[in-house]
Design a protein. Sequence first.
Length: 217
Amino acid sequence: MKLILFLFLLLPVQFFAQTISFVPVFNGERISLSSRIESNGDWIEFDDCRFYISHLVTYSSGKVWKDDEKAHLIDLEENSSLILTPLSVKIDSISFLIGIDSTTNVSGILEGDLDPINGMYWAWNSGYINFKLQGKSSKSSTADKSFEFHLGGYLSPFQTIQSVTLPINTIEETIEIKIDVSRFIEQLDLSKMNSIMIPGKEAVHLSEFLPLIFQVK
């Protein structure tokens, strides 16, 4: 009996880890950029979808883990950006902000995902673009059927940062968080509004719908 116990203690310890995977979908169906989605005679396609998540926090059995990274740039065209591994525990819930807080916006030139070279930064007085979505649609009133929404703004009264909290009810090793872009598109009438490129009331209004696009499988 002692020998069995001794051999058991020599076995390598197995750690449980849950990986967070962001999965882009449209009406529940997985999509990739540049793929055309057709429905009832209309069509839509996306050529750019990027956004920041920051202040990532996970909760596990009453314990709280806070991400050391200031922010993550999620790019639907870069598969590596869609995978996050927070820690080796079962996650009960996760929360994060969509966008960049005011303190970070005024912290000067930053590196990594927050480097302005990534094309997600306007200027010091406008700050970071929290959410960017571009593409083409048969419903757009522009000559080339394009649309572009760059949502951001950190100065009062046009703050656009949003909060998301998601319960996690799975013990699977991979937690899939769906990014259902259709939930954002449903809020638009592309024949009347097809471009927002600066902070303002319209950007604030549309940003309020962004938490709706996140769903846990």
